[in-house]
Design a binder for this molecule. Structure first.
Ligand SMILES: NC(=O)c1ccc[n+]([C@@H]2O[C@H](COP(=O)([O-])OP(=O)(O)OC[C@H]3O[C@@H](n4cnc5c(N)ncnc54)[C@H](OP(=O)(O)O)[C@@H]3O)[C@@H](O)[C@H]2O)c1
Length: 255
């Protein structure tokens, strides 16, 4: 259970997408462990409730659970309105929700699947920025963390829809970060490298999961980024492996 010494984010409101499993869930646990009120977004009710149970088991700040499909742009707008009514601001946005969409040659991607991957990985990012920029502006120091992939800069056969949408998301976030440079908002584009999650298993089904990084290892980095004084413009992505190498002694948030 966090103590006042370990609650640097007490009083902050943090929205996390992809909070039902994998990396997003670990981000939500990290932020709650540091004292933030987490607004957890995902489609799987059971995943949201499991997150709630975990946080409540150590008397953490009760999260707000939001079952929402990220392709529902109106739903994102409504969520923005609700957060404004209740809290007047958003301090931290962590956007981890995304889909792989399978691996296949570009010429074999079904139009429906293409549209779904674009809606989930790219259009949702635009809708989140559109709805939450005013709330992040209302914070003393709004921090927005977006998860990218090495495939955005190192595209490879069969990764077309995922690589293209991640590259486009990075470009969108860079443009936005430039637009809000004169505000307190700072955006970070974070490459988690290779982590043991459902998405990774979908991409590499034959891989030994034991050879991959436990996504819980991302926790201290997320807490650090959420309170970074000024990370500057996201000209390059920030890599988990680089951060880990220079923060080897950083302890995991206790949960
Ligand atoms: N794992 C890796 O090695 C790796 C490497 C590079 C980048 N990344 C990036 O890291 C982020 C997290 O990935 P992960 O590996 O943790 O993936 P994951 O285990 O598959 O989790 C994906 C999350 O996104 C949510 N999501 C997917 N589609 C959604 C939709 N339409 N509406 C709402 N939520 C949706 C899922 O929740 P529901 O299904 O409950 O909605 C789930 O919580 C992603 O942006 C991914 O691209 C991961």
């Amino acid at each position: 259970m966090p103590t006042s010494d370990t609650s640097p984010l007490a009083g902050k409101h943090a929205l996390v997408t992809g909070a039902t499993r994998g990396i997003g869930r670990e981000c939500a646990l990290a932020l709650a462990g540091a004292g933030a009120h987490v607004i957890a977004v995902g489609r799987t009710q059971g995943g949201l409730e499991a997150l709630d149970d975990d946080i409540r088991s150590w008397n953490g700040p009760r999260p707000t659970l939001v079952p929402l499909d990220l392709t529902n742009g109106d739903g994102i707008d409504q969520l923005g309105g609700t957060i404004f009514e209740r809290h007047k601001r958003l301090d931290i946005l962590v956007h981890a929700g995304a889909m792989l969409g399978g691996l296949r040659p570009v010429s074999h991607i079904e139009p429906k699947l293409w549209d779904k991957v674009v809606a989930t990985n790219l259009t949702a990012t635009y809708r989140l920025i559109r709805s939450f920029e005013p709330l992040l502006r209302a914070s003393d120091a709004g921090r927005a963390i977006f998860f990218t992939s090495g495939r955005a800069v190192r595209p490879k056969a069969f990764w077309g829809s995922y690589a293209a949408t991640k590259a486009a998301m990075d470009a969108l976030v860079r443009c936005w970060a430039d637009e809000v440079e004169n505000t307190g908002i700072r955006a970070v584009i974070l490459d988690p490298n290779t982590m043991r999650t459902k998405m990774r298993a979908e991409a590499y089904p034959g891989e030994d999961p034991g050879s991959l990084t436990d996504p819980a290892e991302i926790r201290p980095m997320i807490v650090a980024l959420a309170q970074a004084a000024d990370p500057g413009l996201p000209v390059d992505s920030v890599k988990f492996s680089d951060w880990k190498a220079s923060n080897v002694a950083a302890p995991l948030a206790s949960t």
